[in-house]
Write a protein that binds this ligand. Structure first.
Ligand code: B12
Length: 213
């Protein structure tokens, strides 16, 4: 039985040995607790953020925490996607972090999950302006765009991006948004088609869209 408190603490304390050992145990035991393990790691990241705010951790610690989170997602990836179902979709889609936001750990985790879920992901990177998304979507005939953002100000960038996609007349393009500041209210404000926190829900949503296209 996974001790999610201990796992979250290991992530928050940047204790790689304990973290990796516990995650491998989740996989050895069949992977059923992978979603709970992912949530626990996320809670640990919240503690990292809080300690950063308190001046206890520095930027180097944030970067190391990001590497640990990426390692955690890598270990759990297969089990998380198994949890999301087993579609055979090979749809191309765009994923990026929106303008003015340089965070990409969450985006990269979502990318790994989408690829494991059968999508061909065009990753435009970080700090991506709406124009770049629109021109790529046109060139590649993309119908699904996933926007990531972690900063509060990313919400404005997401709204500007969705407005620009609509203004470009691309009404058949579906947009899913995600990241720390995103919730149902933010989704409504931004005008996106859907939002998600968990990578599993992201894969499920995009699979449902791809199936109907
Ligand atoms: C690591 C980190 C950094 C690293 C980023 C490294 C990297 N390569 O990304 C570095 C050190 C570079 C950094 C820089 C900064 N950071 Co920073 N950072 C963090 C930290 C600790 C973790 C973020 C993270 O990676 N979380 C883990 C990932 C896995 O979670 P996630 O992004 O939410 O993603 C998950 C879901 O949201 C979802 N998801 C993500 N994207 C998408 C997309 C879609 C489409 C979907 C459906 C789902 C989805 O799936 C993911 C997996 O579950 C947070 C604190 C926190 N608790 O979040 C602060 C934090 C985000 N940073 C913060 C700040 C202030 C900054 C800086 C301005 C600091 C500075 N003074 O320079 C700069 C920002 C520069 C910029 N313009 O972007 C603040 C933001 C405050 C705010 N509300 O705006 C936070 C909250 C810390 C704090 N408490 O002060 N940071």
């Amino acid at each position: 039985m996974l001790d999610t408190g201990k796992l979250a603490e290991a992530m928050g304390d940047l204790d790689e040995d304990t973290l990796v050992e516990m995650l491998h145990a989740v996989i050895r035991e069949g992977g059923a607790e992978a979603p709970a393990a992912m949530e626990a790691c996320q809670r640990g990241m919240d503690k990292v953020g809080a300690l950063f705010e308190e001046g206890e951790y520095f930027v180097g610690d944030l970067i190391y925490a990001g590497e640990l989170m990426t390692e955690a997602a890598d270990i759990l990836k297969e089990a998380l996607i198994a949890d999301a179902g087993d579609g055979n979709t090979k749809t191309k889609m765009i994923l990026c972090t929106v303008k003015d936001d340089l965070h990409d750990i969450g985006k990269n985790i979502v990318k790994a999950m989408l690829e494991a879920g059968g999508f061909e992901v065009i990753d435009l990177g970080i700090d991506v302006p709406a124009e770049k998304i629109i021109s790529t979507a046109r060139e590649e005939n993309i119908k699904i765009v996933a926007l990531s953002g972690v900063l509060t100000l990313a919400v404005d960038s997401m709204k500007n991006t969705v407005d620009a996609i609509k203004a470009a007349g691309m009404d058949d393009v579906k947009v899913i948004i995600g990241g720390a500041p995103v919730n149902a209210d933010v989704c409504a404000h931004v005008g996106a088609d859907e939002w998600a926190y968990s990578p599993q829900k992201t894969v499920q949503t995009c699979r449902a869209w791809a199936a109907g296209m």
